[in-house]
Design a binder for this molecule. Structure first.
Ligand code: GLY
Length: 562
């Protein structure tokens, strides 16, 4: 729990939601991108303005994020995408999650006595899983992009080669990790100037990464997974004690997965299936609340938050008990999102009290918004893309692979190193999520598109470990059940419960009497500053988009045309 507390301490530094006089969401017709970085949103919006579709904009945005906010995504990480194609009225989910290298073993993070070795799964080359990001972006573009690949890669390549203006958030994150970065000279060479964290507003160039992006621009995904870059990445791994080989890279393939697709109050919710837990937990909770008059309960009232927390405790307990990579063992999704699950949650609900941990059905599971980034795209034709991309913790493994400029993830920590022992996010799990070669670690990423009559009504998702799910859920409910503008929906204070620890985390703006009423129902309530960041775009029946980026990460949306 010490580790968890240390991670959460960061959250306290992040400003909470602003007051009532917040500006409304950005409103525009003709397409929009809402990322957690304004430069990245602008690059995506420029693709839309140049005649690209939502996929072109998404690829350009993702690549730009990897250059300008490398602590939260990039070529060394992985992503999930939920996409809606208006032509043909079809959605799909793309899984470009990192996978365990062929040399990975179940107990690789344990010592001779069977104890988890601190930091072995979170720092250095051994923490890295085989990256999926660029394979995913390439696949999306090959199937659905309109603009030439080179054109969508160009802004990120230019930013890495010629330099970009360092944002306040990158400066803050480098400063927060100063000691750890200073201890790694290759990392310090990228992010320090004269021995100090690069200043906000400075121009930062990333020439090694630019060379890798140039290869990708020329050869597509092969520019990363085969040839010179792959050879250099694998050589660095072999030299520094990592497991990823050239064969691991050449063998990586993203996968299309059947969506979590659920009707809900006249809408259709499309979200990410396993190996993410996001869609299943989101839909389980939405279904538990489906028939309730939430407005009558009152937004952020104790009656509402108690209902929400109870459903979350069940859903996170089921996550820990049932979920892992579906390619290794079937995940009984119906047990989470089916009618029986809904009825079980309703039958056990006590309006007056929360229950003991065991009543939710299993063993254990909180973090830092760390190394993840979510963005939403809609275009003029009615297409939408929701992408959540990650390197896991901030700056991933903190390991730069040789001279490739690629900062590798530490996604291996999303596996269960030892059943019952919490990972960096305080999450626990069981057999389904133990390590095996080629297996994908269980995720909480929840890229989500909500449809109304086969038309995109909302695109939403977030970053922040398991709080991705609860942040996405509450913003979705705020927009669709409480009729809020996306900006207000994102700024409204949120709560988080993940079953283990047995704590209902509430943002400090949740009223004191509400907190007291929750304590009376048996919840252990703890105030925490905002930990997660949610981006959302709502679209009305006339195609007018209203988008907002979470102020906690200082992002801003951008429109293709005013
Ligand atoms: N690495 C964060 C997640 O996938 O949930």
């Amino acid at each position: 729990m010490k580790r968890l507390t240390a991670l959460l301490a960061f959250a306290l530094l992040v400003p909470g939601p602003a007051g009532a006089a917040d500006p409304p969401a950005l409103t525009a017709k003709g397409g929009m991108v809402a990322a957690d970085n304004a430069q990245a949103s602008q690059v995506g919006a420029a693709m839309l303005a140049a005649g690209g579709d939502a996929v072109d904009a998404a690829v350009a945005t993702a690549l730009m994020l990897g250059v300008v906010q490398p602590f939260a995504s990039g070529l060394g990480g992985g992503l999930f995408a939920v996409v809606w194609r208006a032509d043909g009225a079809q959605g799909f989910a793309l899984d470009a999650r990192e996978i365990a290298p062929a040399g990975a073993t179940r107990d690789m993070y344990l010592d001779a006595e069977g104890n988890v070795v601190p930091e072995r799964s979170t720092r250095g080359p051994l923490a890295a899983a085989v990256p999926g990001e660029i394979a995913g972006l390439w696949r999306l573009h090959q199937r659905h992009g309109k603009l030439p690949w080179k054109q969508v890669v160009a802004p990120a390549l230019k930013a890495a080669r010629d330099g970009f203006r360092v944002g306040a958030l990158l400066h803050e994150r480098v400063t927060a990790k100063k000691a750890e970065i200073a201890a790694r000279p290759a990392l310090a060479a990228v992010f320090f100037v004269d021995g100090q964290p690069v200043a906000e507003g400075a121009i930062l160039k990333r020439p090694a990464l630019a060379k890798t992006l140039a290869a990708i621009s020329k050869q597509g995904a092969d520019g990363f997974y085969r040839g010179d870059v792959a050879k250099r990445l694998a050589a660095a791994m072999a030299k520094d004690g990592g497991l990823i080989t050239a064969a691991d890279l050449a063998g990586y393939a993203p996968k299309e997965r059947p969506l979590v697709d659920a009707p809900w109050r006249g809408y259709r919710v499309l979200s990410m299936p396993p190996p993410s837990s996001g869609g299943a937990v989101l839909v389980q909770v939405l279904r538990a609340l489906e028939d309730l008059d939430l407005r009558a309960l009152g937004h952020n009232s104790s009656a509402y938050l108690h209902r929400l927390a109870e459903a979350l405790k069940h859903a996170f307990a089921d996550r820990a008990r049932l979920m892992g990579d579906p390619d290794f063992a079937p995940v009984p999704l119906e047990q989470m999102v089916g009618d029986a699950a809904r009825d079980r949650l309703r039958a056990t609900f006590d309006p007056a009290r929360t229950h003991e941990r065991a009543a939710y059905g299993g063993d254990y599971a909180l973090p830092e918004d760390g190394g993840t980034s979510h963005f939403c795209v809609v275009d003029a034709a009615g297409n939408a893309v929701a992408i959540t991309s990650t390197v896991n913790l901030a700056f991933g493994s903190m390991y730069l692979a040789g001279d490739t400029g690629v900062l590798l993830n530490n996604e291996m920590d999303d596996f269960v190193a030892k059943p019952g022992v919490p990972n960096a996010f305080g999450l626990v799990g069981r057999e389904a999520n133990t390590i095996a070669p080629g297996k994908r670690p269980l995720s909480s990423m929840t890229p989500t598109i909500v449809l109304k009559d086969d038309r995109v009504a909302l695109v939403v998702g977030g970053s922040g470990g398991p709080t991705i799910i609860t942040g996405t859920l509450q913003v979705l409910l705020n927009v669709l059940a409480f009729d809020m503008d996306p900006r207000a929906a994102i700024e409204a204070p949120r709560v988080h419960h993940q079953w283990v620890p047995e704590t209902l985390f509430v943002e400090p703006e949740i009223a004191l009497d509400v907190r007291e009423n929750l304590v009376r129902r048996g919840h252990a309530v703890e105030a925490r500053g905002r930990y997660n960041a949610v981006q959302a775009i709502a679209v009305d029946a006339d195609g007018v988009a209203r988008g907002a980026s979470d102020p906690s990460k200082l992002g801003a949306p951008a429109a293709a045309a005013p």
